[in-house]
Design a protein around this ligand. Structure first.
Ligand SMILES: *[C@@H]1O[C@H](CO)[C@@H](O)[C@H](O)[C@H]1NC(C)=O
Ligand SMILES: *[C@@H]1O[C@H](CO)[C@@H](O)[C@H](O)[C@H]1NC(C)=O
Ligand SMILES: *[C@@H]1O[C@H](CO)[C@@H](O)[C@H](O)[C@H]1NC(C)=O
Length: 257
């Protein structure tokens, strides 16, 4: 029974101990949260309050350590390009106990390009549903990316991408809308913006597409075409003029198809 009691005590202590600071050997990393632009340098200091650490260093796959004299060691890299970078600082005590502290590093890369295009190859017609797609090329991490859609500089949709990708990838967002007459000539743009939260850069890094100018086709032109085909010339000429006028009033750009 005594053994059982002891066992449950140690289980309890282990369970509670991630919250007790002594188990971290007084380790601190500064900065604890860092945002690095792709290809930029980074450096993180680690220190401990323990005076007689047997070993203190960084564990890392890229970069190097410097100032390696406990209780202060620094990890640094000239050009960070590894999206899975996860160095951690550790201390090993005389008793062989080991503590670790991992800074939160977010490496981000703005897209190579952001482009808006129409989905499908059909013309935009008044009253019909239409889709625009925003292509975002070579960006990371996509899971921290949000896409904003603008029409005439007004936000019409904010799309938080449901991507879990951490490394470079291509992502896209779709904006679906019902075409209005007033959409004609309107510039549509999309913008990819990182959502890093309060620890991130003051101005969230972002990149916008070139505007995509909507050309709305007048709904009367189908009728116009039929009129042209089937009615006697004079009548059709009169109707053509009438429809042409209606279309010209409502729409700036006219397309015959
Ligand atoms: C790390 O420590 C060094 C010297 O102790 C100091 O010059 C440097 O600014 C520190 N870097 C950070 C990121 O705190
Ligand atoms: C890193 O982020 C995680 C989750 O948000 C947090 O629990 C942890 O304490 C952070 N690490 C540091 C060193 O601040
Ligand atoms: C993204 O798309 C471009 C063009 O289609 C392609 O060349 C590139 O390899 C893609 N990038 C990724 C990470 O899939």
């Amino acid at each position: 029974f005594l053994k059982l009691l002891l066992l449950s005590w140690s289980v309890l202590i282990i369970a509670l101990c991630p919250t007790c600071p002594s188990l971290y050997c007084g380790l601190t990393v500064t900065p604890a949260e860092v945002y690095v632009k792709y290809g930029d340098s980074a450096s993180i200091n680690c220190s401990t309050t323990i005076k007689d650490a047997a070993i203190m260093s960084w564990e890392f796959a890229v970069g190097e350590t410097s100032g390696a004299s406990p209780p202060h060691v620094t990890w640094m890299i000239e050009k960070l390009e590894d999206f899975t970078v996860e160095p951690f600082c550790f201390v090993t005590l005389d008793t062989n106990e080991q503590c670790k502290m991992k800074p939160n590093i977010t490496l981000y890369k703005l897209p190579d390009s952001v482009v808006v295009s129409a989905v499908g190859n059909r013309p935009m017609k008044e009253g019909e549903e239409h889709q625009l797609q925003c292509h975002i090329y070579n960006v990371a991490p996509a899971k921290k990316l949000s896409v904003k859609w603008y029409k005439d500089d007004e936000t019409v949709l904010t799309d938080d991408l449901q991507s879990s990708d951490v490394t470079l990838c291509n992502v896209s967002s779709i904006y679906t809308f019902t075409v209005k007459k007033s959409d004609n000539g309107s510039p549509f743009r999309c913008e990819a913006e990182f959502q890093f939260g309060p620890g991130g850069p003051l101005v969230p890094p972002s990149m916008a597409s070139e505007p995509y100018t909507a050309v709305v086709h007048c709904r009367f032109f189908i009728a116009l075409y039929l009129v042209f085909l089937y009615l006697p010339t004079l009548m059709s000429a009169a109707l053509f003029l009438l429809l042409f006028c209606i279309c010209s009033f409502s729409i700036k750009t006219l397309y015959l198809y």
